[in-house]
Design a protein around this ligand. Structure first.
Ligand SMILES: NC(=O)c1ccc[n+]([C@@H]2O[C@H](COP(=O)([O-])OP(=O)(O)OC[C@H]3O[C@@H](n4cnc5c(N)ncnc54)[C@H](OP(=O)(O)O)[C@@H]3O)[C@@H](O)[C@H]2O)c1
Length: 345
């Protein structure tokens, strides 16, 4: 395993981060335990959860993923071996069962969310506490064209950052990070921190894969110059980049079961996937491992958050850390990117 520093903190995280959002929905607690045991044994010390998980989010399963992790901590007594990340949800009209039905990034909501997460996780601290998405209207979850919001009555970023500062001082949170954030939002938070208004964000967890390289446009420079690296999520476009949907719908696979996941299952995504899968096969590579190795090797990547529903997938995905892409493969990827630019933002 390779280890990288989380922002300007003194925390070293594995470059492969264990995604958890299938546990409690597509995966059982037993599956989750097996994944945590295997990952930690392979040196994967960085795990990513969220109060909202598992996905797709439902009232009945809300918090279940964190509960599974908490049960594992209680059973294995290895809390100190793990750099644990989780997230507080922002507003989303579908999440009517979270707090008062309108989750916000203000003092009352963040404090309530963290207390509930700590209880489920059976721990008294979180290593990385992330804002799952912004409270203001901005580009995220597939939007590239910026539209100014009609109203702007969200919690001011200053207030959110001050609340996070209190949590850091209390010892319940070690570091703070962003997710689904734009270049403006990231720079604004970093500038406020540099002005002494709160803790400095150490990471930006955004979607990034061969099907969506939009992070490179504005945020990669922020990540590099501000030492606030990318935690890449959905690195296989929810499984698309493995090539398994090229011949139909494999039974039990995420995009077969959950039709509401549409971000990567598009004609543009399918065309780009076919090109990347062919490139991998032409070079004797596993398509999924090629897609992951590309992310692992980007200079702005702190960690690649892999997802797996089987142990075989987990093994292959962790092993991507040892896959070095040749110049020919990298040139092939760039050629495809020129033709299929941002197929699935
Ligand atoms: N911040 C955010 O808003 C956000 C959003 C999404 C995810 N995340 C984080 O990122 C993590 C990873 O996201 P993700 O699960 O969407 O990642 P992903 O790698 O794009 O998709 C993972 C899914 O693809 C399939 N798969 C994985 N490896 C495979 C392989 N080698 N061959 C064939 N199929 C394979 C599996 O599903 P099937 O077996 O069902 O096909 C697996 O569950 C999450 O657990 C979460 O921690 C964060």
């Amino acid at each position: 395993m390779q280890y990288r520093r989380l922002g300007r903190s003194d925390i070293e995280v594995s470059a492969i981060c264990l995604g958890t959002m299938t546990w409690g929905e597509q995966n059982t607690e037993e599956d989750g335990f097996a994944q945590m045991d295997y990952a930690l044994d392979r040196g994967v010390n960085f795990w990513d959860a969220a109060e909202m998980y598992p996905v797709p989010p439902r009232k009945e399963t809300y918090g279940r993923t964190e509960a599974i992790i908490g049960n594992w901590f209680a059973a294995r007594r290895k809390r100190d071996k793990v750099v644990l990340a989780t997230k507080v949800a922002g507003p989303d009209e579908r999440l009517i069962y979270i707090r008062d039905g309108k989750p916000r990034l203000n003092k009352a909501h963040i404090e309530a969310a963290l207390e509930a997460s700590l209880k489920r996780l059976k721990t008294d601290y979180v290593d990385l506490y992330q804002l799952h998405w912004a409270e203001r209207g901005t580009n995220a979850f597939g939007r590239l064209a910026y539209q100014p919001p009609r109203t702007d009555d969200g919690t001011p970023l200053e207030e959110t950052l001050a609340v996070l500062g209190n949590l850091v001082r209390s010892g319940k949170v070690r570091q703070v990070g962003l997710s689904n954030e734009s270049a403006w939002g990231a720079m604004r938070y970093l500038t406020l921190a540099d002005a002494g208004r709160g803790p400095r964000m150490v990471s930006i967890q955004n979607a990034y894969s061969l099907l969506n390289r939009s992070f490179e446009v504005g945020l990669a420079e922020v990540a590099h110059r501000e030492t606030c690296g990318l935690l890449a999520y959905s690195p296989l476009g929810m499984g698309m980049l493995s090539g398994k949907y090229m011949d139909g719908e494999p039974p039990g696979a995420r995009l077969t079961v959950y039709k509401q996941f549409k971000r990567y299952r598009t004609p543009a995504g399918a065309a780009a996937t076919a090109a990347y899968v062919k490139l991998a096969r032409d070079h004797g590579l596993d398509p999924a491992q090629m897609a992951l190795a590309f992310i692992n090797s980007r200079p702005f990547t702190t960690a690649n958050i892999i997802g797996a529903t089987t142990l075989d997938q987990l093994k292959a995905n962790i092993a991507s850390i040892d896959v070095k892409l040749s110049d020919a493969v990298l040139a092939g990827i760039e050629a495809i990117h020129q033709q299929h630019t941002y197929p699935c933002p």
